[in-house]
Write a protein that binds this ligand. Sequence first.
Ligand SMILES: *Cc1c(COP(=O)(O)O)cnc(C)c1O
Length: 375
Amino acid sequence: MNPIPFNKPFMTGRELWYIAQAHTNGHLSGDGSFTKRCHRWLEQNTGAARALLTHSCTAALEMAALLAEVQEGDEVIMPSYTFVSTANAFVMRGAVPVFVDIRPDTLNIDETKIEAAITARTKVILPVHYAGVACEMDTIMDIAKRHNLIVIEDAAQGIMSTYKGRALGSIGHMGAYSFHETKNIIAGEGGALLVNDPVFAERAEIIREKGTNRSQFFRGQVDKYTWVDIGSSYLPGEVIAAFLWAQMEEANNITARRLALWDSYHAALAPLEAEGRLRRPVVPEGCTHNAHMYYILLDSLEQRTEAIANLKRQGVNSVFHYVPLHSAPAGRKFSRAHGGMAHTDGLSERLLRLPLWVGLEEEQDRVVRALKEAL
Ligand SMILES: *Cc1c(COP(=O)(O)O)cnc(C)c1O
């Protein structure tokens, strides 16, 4: 029996055709017709005032840090249970990530612990929508408003998910998506910045275009193209955008197929949860999710280590993540935790991710059987 990989990028079949079109168009640098199509799709599907493709979600978060004018010593409140880029984009500006614990149900930042972590230096609240399931955004936006803070959503995993009918990434002042090949909608490496507060829109274009007003120049809004601000090169070329366009066209189908896989795991594992042998993911009322990930929570680190090894012997590749940032070497150097990290530490040691990719349909039973055997 062939081993079942943890992830397998799904291709719609039209990627190479669109790349060939970009080739024929003869426009290979950024912001050509495919990039424009992707921008329009993102704006229409999220309601963002402005969507801008970037090289990665990491790049979009770096842009957000520049737009928020985060300075040396400013504090950014975020969960410790997240990918390194959430913190790094702000550490690069000299800011200090301040970690608060996560909720035991969704593994998202515990919104009830945010307010106590606010100091005179706090500038940004950075919710991460883990597994494409929304943070409690109403509470977070209310805290931000009362304390005059900027909200930047790390929606790397959140495309096609909603919170009370609104797209993840479109609720804060800014949001960041990832199109890395391990996400739902992919471009190999890629991302997007959603600018929801139009106040940031003009400067976002300038920062993305090396600190120049090139975008305005091409629209005929200014008569010369020149250096006007700080910035870097954050825009992907048209080959990436052409690939991504093929994926965006199929976003509804991809999401539906992932949700079907997620739902079958959820149904198949319900009896094991009832017997107290594992805990399944929780999706709160008012949230729709994109089936980015199916994880289970086991009893202990030892049990997880054994389960991964046992699954592997049966040809099923499962993984875990993250090492909480507050306990990582760079985290200890650049950031601090506010309050206890009991859920972050406890849950991160017990979480196991099962394979979930479009095409797994025929082999999903094998994963479930192997898991039952492993437990
Ligand atoms: C994947 C991911 C990122 C980074 O995305 P890239 O596109 O690889 O830069 C950031 N934050 C979270 C929560 C992620 O899952």
